[in-house]
Ligand binder design. Structure first.
Ligand code: GLN
Length: 389
């Protein structure tokens, strides 16, 4: 038989999602793929029940139901400091996963280059390759995960069509400062490059850090495709509700791509989520309090166990340094961890372009009892996984 497409040869399936399956296989507490085990806000669930009895069972407008786009435009206009037009500047997508893919296909032609900071959320590599573009990786240097402006400019000199910016960053928890964003903005302007953002953790930024929307940096609106979603903000990762925000010139093209990729996000779920988009500031304050508490709980637990780790400024991931265990392969370490200790993690190498094999990623978007359960199991870590020499 003929060979299948060459398109997928450059990447594997998602290691993050694979680790969820590995966790299930060993009955491990799954701190790998980042999603909550607590309930979404009750108002949203109540509304979902009502919506089932109402008339929302057919396609919505392909680029998103009017109600949803209006509520989203009102919320994001408030946050991003400009009036966003719900009709011409928004596309509602099936999660930010589709938003990022559609953004990449909107901006690039096959053969174009795209800057991706490393470590990176694994979809960006695959999105770039699926679009026929070629990633240029620029390192974020641990432990602070700073970029070197000269290394970044060297990448811009290769004339990329776009840069992908995940802020707050998955997996390293970096929150880009205004000063760093301005360096990126100046280079984007100088080399005429688009910026595709992934801002799904926009509401999970720990004090004293603050989230600055890249599109809100002076002059950047015209060249920024903002991607985000409701998954993390309202704890509804399974609803697959995401969006693109940008100038109509870009959004017009993104609407076409989205239309043929998926037609549209689930109409009843869009309708049920509107109540969430209309929440006041209190909701976002409480969400941040909850995650600040979980971060403190989990990080102080790791500290008590004497396990070296990163301190996230945003998002809900922490990277653990496993050097002391002497494993050559972090993939093997995560397999043994799930099997023998009963905790699921993601091998750090799936995020890094560089040969980094001494970090693994946990997430702490879980009920306190789940986090305590995982910490209890990690107490046995050194006993159950003896260091290899
Ligand atoms: N963003 C989450 C993570 O990094 C979930 C990824 C996914 O599977 N969509 O774990």
């Amino acid at each position: 038989m003929q060979k299948l497409s060459d398109r997928t040869a450059g990447f594997t399936d998602s290691v993050i999602r694979r680790m969820t399956r590995v966790s299930a296989q060993y009955n491990a507490i799954n701190l790998s793929q980042g999603f909550p085990d607590f309930e979404p806000p009750q108002e949203i669930l109540d509304r979902l029940g009502q919506v089932a009895q109402e008339d929302f069972h057919q396609y919505s407008i392909t680029w998103g139901s009017q109600n949803f786009r209006e509520a989203l435009a009102a919320k994001q206009s408030r946050l991003m400091g400009r009036t966003i037009d719900p009709n011409s500047e928004i596309v509602v997508t099936c999660g930010s996963t589709e938003a990022m893919m559609a953004a990449m296909m909107t901006v690039t032609n096959p053969g174009d280059k795209v800057i991706v900071f490393s470590p990176f959320y694994e979809n960006y590599g695959a999105d770039t390759i699926l679009s026929g573009a070629e990633p240029i990786y620029v390192p974020l240097h641990p432990p602070e995960f700073q970029f070197n402006p000269e290394e970044l400019e060297a990448a811009f000199r290769k004339r990329p069509k776009a840069l992908v910016l995940c802020n707050p960053s998955n997996p390293c928890g970096k929150v880009f400062t205004r000063q760093e964003l301005t360096i990126i903005a100046d280079l984007a302007e100088k080399y005429d490059t688009y910026v595709i953002t992934d801002e799904v953790y926009e509401h999970i930024v720990y004090a004293p850090h603050e989230h600055v929307y890249f599109a809100a940096i002076n002059g950047m609106w015209e060249r920024t495709i903002t991607c985000s979603s409701l998954s993390k903000t309202y704890s509804i990762t399974g609803w697959r509700l995401g969006y693109i925000i940008g100038p109509s010139r870009i959004v017009d093209v993104a609407k076409k791509i989205h239309d043929f990729l998926t037609v549209g996000a689930a109409a009843p779920l869009q309708e049920a989520a509107v109540v969430g988009l209309r929440f006041g500031n209190d909701y976002y304050r409480q969400l941040l309090e909850k995650y600040t508490h979980k971060r403190n709980l989990f990080l102080s637990g790791l500290e008590d166990l004497g396990l070296a780790h990163t301190k996230p400024e945003g998002a809900y991931y922490v990277m653990l340094d496993i050097s002391e265990f002497g494993f050559d392969s972090d993939v093997e370490f995560c397999e043994v961890l799930a099997r023998d200790v009963g905790v699921g993690a993601v091998p750090g190498s799936s995020f890094f372009r560089e040969p980094v094999h001494h970090l693994i990623r946990f997430h702490f978007s879980k009920k306190d009892e789940t986090l305590y359960g995982a910490l209890n199991r990690l107490e046995q870590l050194r006993k159950k996984i003896p260091a290899r020499s």
